[in-house]
Design a protein around this ligand. Structure first.
Ligand code: SF4
Ligand SMILES: [Zn+2]
Length: 326
């Protein structure tokens, strides 16, 4: 398969990916309350091929991630200072009081759960106590943050711990452009380490990451999913790469990023759920209306079809729609 060659990236592009440049292109940060989650969401997701479960996601407000991935816009939902001890516990208590209980919980902090600047280590026992009733606790973390806190936190509650990692892509040029600061070897090592501790793995995979040509992007998602499956990942979520953080707009000008379409996401999910016996694959439907190639007539039915495929992990028939998008 031909690809944009990372050895042909110009010096201008490579220097444009520096931390300084990526941060300089950012817009305004949100004004967040350090004692409240930025959002709480309750939704169904597949728990295995053929079963579903209710999951509560608490979007915790804490310190910004110490990495600086080119495509990331999660810094908007973070604080510039280290998280004050006690604030994450207050946020979680508030979420559990105000939203109905679910069997599973995601604690997503727009950073790395095992970075003590974002989630103070001193808060982990109380967080674990609050999570005692959940069957599964899902947190997000960078593959190179592998410290003792992971095993310690896992031992603090009875449910299963699952660590979600942004694998994004195995496309070599795209990995360079994304500045993820880990190699595929690091990702495999992290999976092995977590597996040895009996901790489940989840991964985020980008559709049409920068440096991927539109006609090849579905194939690269499938290759990346295959890599995740080989590494024992339990669930992969396909996320359409989005603009909006300044650097993605800059990569668009460099002709290195092309916004993905709804049709590509449908194609990806349809093919992916057929490929793997055990690994769950879902499409992230957040901001679906921002994708190219849909209109007011087809967006709703196409969203519902993706929701059905996400939940059932089975292909669903396409409706005949009265528009010219598909
Ligand atoms: S590691 Fe995750 S949170 Fe941190 S910059 Fe990268 S994508 Fe964003
Ligand atoms: Zn349409």
């Amino acid at each position: 398969m031909s690809q944009v060659d990372s050895t042909h990236l110009s010096q201008e592009v490579l220097s444009g990916l520096s931390r300084f440049q990526v941060k300089a292109r950012r817009g305004a940060r949100l004004n967040l309350d350090p004692r409240r989650p930025s959002a709480v969401l309750c939704e169904q997701e597949p728990s295995s091929k053929g079963t579903q479960v209710e999951v509560q996601t608490v979007f915790l407000t804490g310190a910004e991630c110490s990495f600086c991935c080119t495509m990331c816009d999660l810094w908007k939902y973070t604080l510039t200072n280290p998280t004050e001890p006690g604030n994450i516990v207050t946020q979680l208590e508030w979420a559990l009081q105000h939203y109905p209980a679910s069997p599973w919980i995601k604690l997503y902090n727009a950073s790395n759960f095992f970075d003590s600047r974002s989630i103070p280590r001193v808060d982990l026992p109380k967080i674990a106590e609050l999570c005692q009733a959940f069957e599964r606790v899902i947190v997000e973390n960078h593959p190179r943050i592998l410290n003792h806190s992971i095993a310690e936190f896992d031992a603090m509650f009875d449910g299963t711990l699952e660590v979600a990692m942004g694998l994004e892509t195995i496309h070599p040029t795209s990995m360079t452009l994304l500045n993820k600061e880990f190699s595929l070897r690091d990702f495999s090592d992290a999976c092995q380490h977590l597996d040895a501790l009996g901790i489940d793995r989840r991964a985020f995979v980008l559709l049409q990451s920068p440096g991927t040509l539109p006609e090849q992007s579905v194939e690269w998602v499938l290759r990346t999913l295959e890599f995740a499956n080989t590494n024992g990942v339990r669930h992969c979520s396909i996320i359409p790469t989005r603009a909006g953080n300044g650097s993605m707009e800059w990569l668009t000008e460099q002709k290195l990023f092309f916004a993905p379409s709804l049709g590509q996401l449908e194609d990806c999910l349809e093919r992916a759920i057929d490929c793997f016996d055990k690994m769950i694959v879902t499409a992230d439907l957040w901001d679906l209306e921002q994708l190219t190639g849909s209109c007011a007539v087809c967006l709703g039915p196409r969203r519902r079809r993706l929701e059905v495929m996400n939940l059932t992990q089975k292909p669903a028939a396409k409706e005949n729609l009265d528009c010219n998008c598909v």
